[in-house]
Write a protein that binds this ligand. Structure first.
Ligand code: SF4
Length: 390
């Protein structure tokens, strides 16, 4: 269990200096789009391939933040780039560092909106949890982000920009693919439902996976969906990343309340899509995330039903002790209840690690992300009561 000792996180506030640039952002373009853009500004046809590769390397291997740094480009060509493009990344508003090393970034994107990204260091690696939307249209009742109204989808530049910002902060530029990395894994589990923004998420992940750039393997990227069934197969075929399902309940009655998209795509339909996931195999299992909510979804009966439901799907179950947030109305299951649940799942042959809460002192733990915009909605407590009453 986590310590209840009061913790003062290290908070750095960076002064506001966003200057929305009217020039198109060169970050976030696919290679082909970059080549086309260079062609349009008059780059000699013979040079386009080479210039594309050079700029790509500056942006995604060396982390260049302005065209002046691109010293292997002629001064005239750099001037041409300056006149036609900007290198625009999200701006860090605050960076909080938890006692356990977790870093939470509040980032400002075009229009002055804010999103969050969280870096979770581990022994030989580290995972960056990134956002795909500003706010979320879904209202999963255990999730703090779900109380924040959707503003808009993030662009590919804003999604990949979160990775660039973390690499800046962790001093990670210039390492080649073989070296130990701080940001070794990406999870799309921050703000938003990635499969309501599939095209932009795909384009950003294709940049992150490009072997001559950030070069993250597709197996080190995990996309978590609450169950946007029609987009699941595309995720496998167009991104090829690992899939996680924000599952959390074993009956439609309970899931309808906890994860309301279930009212549209029921558990059976969701699991059918999982069974057909293109990359599914014993070495590429689907992760089912299961937040442990006291007296809501944590009984032995739930554990047994879960095992029956996922039967035949190569899977791992991540048990997530609920991270309370102000007004959530839910309680974390007792530790021995979580262990008993995990035992049943484990004995049925599924790995069921209990996720250790990280960054709780800075509200960076799973389901706690939320930027400043607030909206009033039915309290989770009311929802919990509805479940009990059903
Ligand atoms: S769990 Fe994900 S999909 Fe559900 S409200 Fe939170 S951010 Fe949105």
């Amino acid at each position: 269990m986590t310590s209840k000792t009061p913790i003062t996180p290290d908070v750095i506030t960076i002064p506001r200096q966003l200057d929305d640039n009217i020039l198109p952002n060169i970050i976030g373009l696919q290679r082909k789009a970059l080549a086309n853009a260079l062609n349009e500004i008059g780059t000699p046809a013979k040079q386009i391939k080479m210039r594309t590769a050079q700029i790509w390397q500056w942006l995604y291997v060396k982390g260049a933040q302005n065209f002046e740094e691109m010293t292997n480009l002629s001064k005239d060509f750099r001037n041409l780039l300056v006149q036609n493009f900007a290198i625009t990344r999200p701006e860090i508003v605050t960076r909080q560092i938890s006692k356990d090393g977790t870093r939470k970034y509040l980032l400002r994107v075009t229009g002055g909106h804010e999103v969050e990204a969280v870096y979770i260091p581990e022994k030989d690696r580290g995972t960056l949890c990134i956002s795909s939307q500003i706010g979320c249209t879904l209202t999963c009742t255990f999730c703090h982000t779900g109380t924040q109204k959707l503003v808009r989808n993030l662009t590919p530049a804003e999604i990949v920009g979160q990775i660039l910002i973390a690499r800046d902060d962790l001093d990670e530029w210039g390492k080649d693919a073989g070296q130990k990395r701080n940001v070794s894994n990406i999870v799309l589990m921050g703000m938003g439902e990635p499969l309501y923004n599939t095209d932009n998420v795909r384009d950003a992940m294709l940049i992150a996976m490009d072997n001559e750039g950030i070069a993250l393997s597709r197996r080190r990227i995990t996309l978590s969906t609450s169950g946007v069934v029609p987009e699941i197969i595309r995720t496998g075929s167009e991104i090829g990343c690992m899939l996680a399902i924000s599952f959390h309940a074993t009956t439609d009655e309970v899931r309808d309340v906890l994860v309301p998209i279930n009212r549209k795509h029921k558990i059976a339909e969701l699991l059918e899509a999982c069974r057909n996931y293109p990359k599914l195999s014993n070495s590429e299992r689907i992760t089912f995330e299961y937040v442990m909510l006291k007296n809501i979804n944590d009984s032995d009966e739930d554990a047994r039903r879960l095992v029956d439901l996922i039967s035949g799907i190569p899977a791992k179950i991540n048990l997530i002790p609920f991270n309370p947030w102000p007004g959530s109305g839910y309680e974390r299951s007792d530790w021995n209840r979580i262990e008993a649940f995990g035992d049943i799942v484990n004995k049925a042959g599924y790995a069921s690690p209990i996720r250790r809460p990280r960054g709780e002192d800075i509200m960076a733990a799973c389901g706690q992300l939320k930027s400043e915009t607030q909206r009033v909605r039915k309290s989770a407590k009311q929802m919990a009561e509805e479940i009990k009453g059903q």
